[in-house]
Ligand binder design. Structure first.
Ligand code: PMP
Length: 416
């Protein structure tokens, strides 16, 4: 079983000079709970679908850097394209035409898009989308789905979170997922006041089973947005390019007005993009919005290589196939021990929950047992498939899951 003394020693150093040691959801204490004693804290090297931590433990990584690893760590084709661009230039006073090449590629590939605006993080694009909707409609209010995550800008946070003002969130209205009737009620109650509806393509929130759109849901939302002049924003930061290279709105049979991409766009090179409809192009041009590194050329070259390779591999079909093989196998492995594992969401971004207790603690125990045997999962967040994962990796994962479920079952005789 894996031990983590080098990671833990590094954490002691980190705690002295970095707030909370590792902040945010990548840290051991927030969001994706695994008992810290079972959790590797620092990574040393990564390749394909695996990384090796500071202690030399090797993991099959089902978190893929929380999404960016879509082709495999250190993908040779992407790294070669990035290196060739780096030889020419990266951050310069004026942009490289590589930016235009990448914008052309994305506009061609993404069904709903007529233009592309590049930034760095997913949150840069969701914030720009909200500003664009407000600038276009001259309205204030935004409709969200309960359990949403659109980044960490103040407008995305909750009133009781530290550092957030009432003014930051006072125009946020939250409705349940899969409920066009609730949306229509809000549209009528705040007639002429709603600027945007923002949502991920399906409900892939944390700490609960993920939920796909009901038949006709997105078409009903699209219709209501059109009727009331509301900008429909697709936050495809997490699911983008894993379900459909033409966009997750296309995957679910509708067109968004604005679509936010980040994680799987350039295989880990640092770029994000807001794409949108022609009618909003002048509006987005009018907004004051930029950043020091937003036109760096290396990530554009990496993005072109990434999207080209994803197309060649027909990657979304492969992700669905591997994700289905994995989740079916894991559910079966749990059942062999008399346990009930629920897999939800799209197989390319599967979410897992051991349903034999309501506290979610049993699930955490199983994740800890997987972790200490070299399978990196998180407890209460969806996972990610990448194109360098193989059937053999999946089968090995299922074999290890059998053992890990057995250990959990043996520790809990009360489960019968
Ligand atoms: N939206 C969604 C759906 C996300 O999953 C994330 C990142 N987890 C973001 C927005 C924010 O992206 P970033 O962390 O790159 O700012």
């Amino acid at each position: 079983l894996y031990e983590y003394p080098a990671s833990q020693a590094a954490m002691e150093r980190a705690l002295k000079v970095v707030p909370s040691g590792i902040y945010g959801h990548q840290g051991p204490s927030e969001g994706c709970y695994v008992p810290v004693s079972s959790f590797p804290l620092f990574s040393k090297t990564a390749s394909g679908t695996r990384f090796i931590d500071a202690d030399g433990n090797e993991f099959i990584d089902y978190m893929c850097g929380y999404g960016p690893n879509v082709l495999g760590y250190k993908d040779a084709d992407v790294d070669a394209a990035a290196a060739a661009q780096a030889k020419l230039e990266d951050v310069v006073t004026i942009p490289s035409t590589t930016m235009v090449d990448f914008a052309e590629l994305l506009v061609d590939q993404v069904a709903s898009a007529d233009w592309a605006f590049f930034a760095k993080n997913g949150g840069d694009t969701t914030t720009l989308a909200i500003m664009t909707a407000r600038a276009a409609t001259k309205r204030k209010r935004i409709v969200f789905i309960a359990g949403y995550y659109h980044g960490v800008a103040p407008w995305t946070q909750k009133l009781d979170y530290p550092g957030v003002l009432e003014e930051d969130v006072t125009n946020n209205i939250i409705i349940p997922w899969n409920d066009p009737v609730a949306f229509e009620k809000v549209l009528n109650a705040y007639s002429g006041e709603i600027a945007a509806f923002i949502s991920t393509p399906y409900m892939h929130g944390n700490f609960l089973d993920n939920v796909l759109p009901a038949p006709g849901y997105w078409q009903a939302i699209r219709k209501l947005c059109d009727k009331h002049g509301v900008v429909l924003i697709m936050d495809d930061v997490r699911a983008g390019f894993r379900l459909d290279l033409a966009g997750s709105d296309h995957h679910f049979g509708f067109e968004a007005d604005l679509i936010c991409f980040c994680k799987a766009i350039a295989n880990g090179y640092n770029v994000s993009a807001l794409l949108g409809k022609a009618a909003l192009k002048d509006v987005v041009s009018s907004i004051t919005y930029t950043g020091s590194y937003w036109m760096s050329a290396v990530p554009f070259a990496a993005g072109i290589a990434t999207q080209t390779k994803l197309r060649e591999l027909n990657a979304p079909a492969r992700f669905a196939e591997l994700g289905t093989r994995l989740t079916t196998g894991l559910v079966g492995a749990a059942a062999d021990q008399g346990l009930h594992l629920i897999a939800s969401g799209e197989p390319a971004l599967f979410y897992l929950r051991l349903a034999d207790d309501d506290s979610l603690m049993l699930h955490q125990e199983w994740v800890a047992q997987m972790m200490r045997r070299g399978i990196f999962l998180t407890s209460h967040h969806n996972h990610f498939i990448n194109a360098s994962l193989t059937e053999a990796d999946v089968d090995l994962t299922i074999e290890i899951a059998h053992e890990a479920f057995g250990v959990v079952k043996a520790a809990h005789p009360e489960l019968g």
